[in-house]
Design a protein around this ligand. Structure first.
Ligand code: ASP
Length: 314
């Protein structure tokens, strides 16, 4: 039997100790542990990596604390447009959705695109039609509403600016930039790996803006030969850096370990082009890497070797 493991993230950014109330810190840690455990129990019972990452991401989407599903950020037109993707490292099958609204769990719709359609990526109206054809119920705008995220949007509304998911509405000079995208990567008992990522994108983003999270190879990638990766950070840079696939390429073509490849991409290559953020990665032996070039990243890791950690700061 293979070692099995799961890692999750809830976004990276300016997460400095002392900036958050102890109550909020506890709430984040509890939400992360719950999501981690929901995926881990699937792996423990012999379930697949794909099932584990979907379930863990659903748990994060259901928490208003993260910028995915419930609690997603507001677009320039005061709506929620969400993106998600999932990839199976065993088969290299993948599913992605973008610019969707009203869907409680975008990651499940991405999985349905992977398994119930002939396509990899459905966006906008077409993705919504596919959801309706597959009996998805639509939630109203109140379900996704979060007061803090609405305040953040009001602070930038009407400008051309767009921003990453901020935790506070301080004056701009003190703004703490935080990316609240969520993701999970897992390795199951059979040595199969998978990755899932889900996001509301960026506050006040333009109608039709698509980030890295639903793009296979940029924000999400899985291949049993190398690694499964889920990213969080400034999407425009992560797209141009083809970050998730770059980690895989460094392992496949240069023979780097998971740790070395992940570190090279986050702390050197993406940083050089101006990208800030982080990623979580797993290989088919169950090894895990969680690098980030920001002050912190909401993250959790649980392995069959007994490791069980939920962390926020660097
Ligand atoms: N990468 C996401 C995006 O650009 C943002 C995030 O990680 O929070 O849409």
């Amino acid at each position: 039997m293979n070692n099995y493991s799961i890692a999750i993230h809830g976004g990276a950014g300016t997460l400095v100790k002392g900036m958050m109330t102890p109550e909020k810190e506890t709430a984040y840690k509890q939400a992360l542990q719950k999501a981690l455990d929901s995926g881990y129990v699937i792996l423990k019972n012999g379930g697949s990596a794909v099932n584990a990452v979907e379930v863990a991401v659903k748990a994060l989407e259901d928490s208003y604390l993260f910028n995915a599903g419930k609690g997603a950020v507001f677009t320039a037109t005061e709506t929620h447009e969400m993106d998600a993707s999932i990839m199976d490292g065993k088969t290299l099958e993948a599913g992605a959705v973008s610019l969707i609204t009203g869907i409680k769990n975008p990651i499940s719709l991405a999985r349905d695109v992977m398994e119930k359609s002939e396509h990899v990526f459905l966006a906008g109206e077409g993705a919504m039609q596919f959801a309706k054809a597959n009996d998805y119920q639509l939630e109203n705008a109140e379900y996704f509403y979060d007061e803090l995220r609405h305040q953040q949007w009001l602070g930038i509304k009407g400008t051309d600016g767009f921003q990453l998911d901020h935790t506070s509405t301080k004056p701009s000079s003190q703004k703490d930039s935080k990316f609240g995208t969520v993701g999970a990567v897992a390795c199951d008992k059979n040595g199969n790996i998978a990755a899932a990522t889900s996001t509301g994108g960026m506050t006040n983003k333009r109608y039709g803006r698509v980030g890295d999270s639903p793009m296979i190879g940029a924000g999400n990638y899985a291949n049993n030969k190398t690694c499964a990766v889920s990213c969080t950070g400034s999407g425009e840079f992560f797209i141009r850096g083809v970050v998730a696939y770059d980690v895989s390429c460094l392992m496949e073509y240069k023979g780097l370990s998971l740790e070395e490849a992940s570190d090279e991409v986050i702390n050197n290559r993406i940083l050089k082009i101006g990208g800030d953020g982080g990623l979580i990665a797993v290989d088919a032996q169950g090894n895990i890497a969680l690098p980030f070039n920001t002050e912190g990243m909401y993250r959790g890791v649980r392995t069959s070797n007994g490791e069980n950690d939920v962390l926020i700061y660097g």
